[in-house]
Design a protein around this ligand. Structure first.
Ligand code: HMG
Ligand code: MG
Length: 632
């Protein structure tokens, strides 16, 4: 379908004081190494549309060898959801919101333009570097050749009724040539405007510029006859200056800015360059300055969290992270269950506070339970009360078939300081009876965790010592923040890591545990990750909660009883490798999984009928709803 109607200039299309061009689906994704499914890209665009953004650059039609990530651009453009959106924009009588949404596509040459035209695209963007080094690397052409291509693309596009946006890259520096002369930027901006681009976006591709550089360049361009209404700002955030640069450009008179949700972005031909200014940060900044952006910040923050989770990367938007944390805060402060509010998390899990005591808070999200050790002032040490409460919780949960997973994490700097060794509370050097009671308490707690039928996950937010290490390693799986250390500190105090050794030896292996026990040194999360006994290490404690949510969500592809059987197989392999008990146990589990009323009757049926795999969480929840309200 060819476009025939000439679109209005975007500056008049929206009433917002500042126009934001969301480049996440293109600039944001182009440098991501892991292939992102087309469905995720489409969903990102769809979610972004719902935030009220006025322009979303949806992809680029470039050589798939240059940008493999966007090799699916044709499929994306041809997708019904995109086609519908393009068609809606085509109808002049539609509502202002849909009428004003623009979906530009980046094209480097006539070939890209033809593909865009075949898919009915109404707006394209051309791009030329101000500098030779980047131009060669990026489009295999000199600056003049790039300008000639931009000219032919713009002419052909405008004659087909499209509007064309221009980019000039490397406005401050080039990765190969160094600092960019202002005159080189002026030259490209002039040509792009002359050939018919409605505006030119000034790209600090390397993200090296500062507000002073922005001011200097803009004053130079203005002095040479380029008005602010013809310019937009496109700042990458390598040196953390992107938002400041946007503000500076705004103060100089610019009103259009490119940004990426979650601060995604980068260019494979500008090594080391970081993502774009985060859209959430711009919206936050402008709205607080009284400048309407037309964007719903709350919805946008959700999109930023969602896409970061999909890409398994930290959300780079400072406002996004802060607003997410703020939203979570009221429920963390809730004192009673009645007052409990939800914690919305980046992976889409909403945690409801279901109980709270002196030492523990317990949250629930669907089939997941999250236990938070809540005595940060004591380093979350295992006091008698805490041990009792944890043990009781695991006992109660054991028979609760509506719970498939239990996570343990902590409030504060430490995950768990281990056995309570405070003056007056320590069971050391008291009677045999006191010693026995403490042994029984600890052994029972670790056993309760170890034998839980649910999948247990420790989300370790910081250092752990002694019994705290046991707590983490009695669980099935661990994810940890990079500040986590595990110290078997007992030998330093004249003790030995008795009850926990069962689990630590099993998970760490003999030689490693021996050295760690004897040296009593802090073992880092990275070391444990390399041993395979910590599944994932995230940058900091803030990242841990979304990472936990993502991990729990990921586990829903596994059936709960099957998971419990897997756990038993592992146990048999540990306690009786190669022996008759293992053989017998395997046979029993084999029979159990073959039952006609077992989970396999659902899982296999879906497989054989080539249907989507079952959503086990949904099945568990609906079964438990049918059998009455669970206690937790
Ligand atoms: P080339 O190798 O010189 O050109 O690449 P070619 O004409 O010989 O084409 C090579 C192959 O690409 C051929 O395929 C063409 O058919 C194909 P083969 O025959 O070898 O199988 N090809 C295309 N395929 C799909 N769509 C097309 C297309 N054109 C050719 N449009 C070329 C020259 C420009 C194509 C290549 O270098 C290229 O695609 N570069 C784009 C790189 C890119 O996308 N960089 C990131 C965007 S720029 C950026 O991020 C900066 C910005 O954000 C602003 C800022 O931050 O400053 C905008
Ligand atoms: Mg860019």
């Amino acid at each position: 379908m060819r476009a025939s109607r000439i679109l209005s200039s975007p500056a008049t299309a929206r009433a917002a004081a500042v126009r934001i061009v969301e480049v996440g689906p293109r600039d944001g994704l182009q440098n991501v190494k892991k292939t992102i499914p087309l469905t995720t890209k489409l969903e990102l665009i769809s979610r972004l549309r719902q935030t009220g953004l006025g322009a979303i650059e949806i992809t680029s039609v470039v050589s798939p060898r240059a940008i493999p990530q966007l090799a699916d651009c044709r499929a994306l453009l041809a997708d019904e959801s995109i086609q519908t959106q393009i068609r809606q924009n085509d109808s002049s009588g539609s509502s202002p919101n849909t009428n004003s949404l623009r979906l530009p596509v980046l094209v480097p040459n006539l070939k890209g333009l033809e593909i865009a035209l075949q898919n009915g695209v109404r707006e394209v963007a051309v791009f030329v570097s101000a500098t030779e080094g980047f131009s060669k690397a990026n489009i295999n052409a000199t600056v003049d050749q790039g300008l000639a291509r931009a000219r032919e693309v713009t002419q052909r596009a405008t004659s087909a009724g499209l509007v064309v946006r221009g980019y000039v890259s490397c406005i401050f520096a080039d990765p190969f040539d160094g600092p960019t002369p202002q005159s080189a930027v002026l030259k490209v901006v002039r040509v792009l405007l002359d050939v018919g681009c409605y505006e030119v976006s000034l790209g600090d591709t390397l993200g090296v510029g500062s507000p002073a550089d922005v001011k200097n360049l803009l004053e130079y361009l203005f002095a040479n006859g380029i008005g602010p209404s013809k310019l937009a700002g496109h700042f990458h955030d390598t040196y953390g200056q992107a938002v400041a640069n946007v503000w500076q450009a705004y103060r100089c008179g610019l009103r259009a800015f490119d940004s990426s949700v979650g601060g995604l972005g980068g260019c494979p031909f500008a090594p080391g360059a970081k993502g774009n200014a985060a859209t959430e940060d711009l919206v936050y900044m402008f709205e607080r300055a009284g400048c309407d952006t037309g964007v719903d910040l709350e919805k946008l923050v959700e999109v930023g969290n969602w896409i970061s989770a999909q890409l398994d990367k930290p959300n780079e938007s400072r406002a996004g992270v802060a607003l997410t944390a703020k939203k979570a805060l009221p429920s963390l402060k809730a004192k009673t269950v009645g007052q409990a509010r939800d914690i919305a998390s980046s992976a889409g899990l909403t945690w409801k506070l279901v109980s709270e005591t002196e030492s523990l808070r317990v949250y629930r999200s669907g089939v997941n339970l999250k236990v938070v050790l809540n005595q940060p002032k004591k380093g979350n040490a295992l006091t008698v009360a805490m041990i009792h409460e944890l043990t009781r919780l695991f006992r109660e949960t054991k028979s609760n078939r509506s719970i498939s997973r239990v996570a343990i994490t902590s409030e504060g700097r430490y995950f768990c300081a281990g056995m309570d060794l405070g003056k007056g509370t320590s069971p050391v050097a008291q009677s045999q009876q006191v010693s026995d009671a403490q042994y029984e308490r600890l052994a029972t707690l670790f056993r309760a965790i170890d034998t839980a039928p649910q999948v247990t996950v420790a989300a370790i937010n910081g250092p752990a010592f002694g019994g705290g290490v046991g707590l983490a390693f009695a669980c099935d799986v661990r994810i940890a923040s990079s500040s986590t250390t595990m110290t078997l500190s007992e030998a330093k105090l004249g003790l030995c890591p008795a009850t926990i050794s069962k689990y630590v030896v099993r998970e760490w292996g003999l030689p490693f545990t021996r050295e760690a026990m004897l040296s009593a040194r802090p073992v880092t999360a990275a070391e444990l990750h390399s041993l395979g006994c910590v599944t994932k290490v995230v940058a900091d404690a803030e990242e841990l909660s979304p990472a936990l949510d993502r991990y729990l969500t990921q586990l829903k592809i596994s059936a709960p009883e099957a998971s419990s059987m897997c756990k038993q197989l592992i146990k048999l392999g540990w306690t009786n490798p190669g022996g008759p008990e293992q053989e017998q146990g395997i046979k029993q589990l084999f029979d159990r999984m073959m039952r006609p009323d077992g989970e396999a009757s659902i899982g296999l049926k879906a497989f054989q009928e080539t249907r989507r795999p079952p959503d086990w969480d949904e099945i568990t929840m609906s079964r438990s709803a049918a059998t009455g309200k669970p206690k937790l």
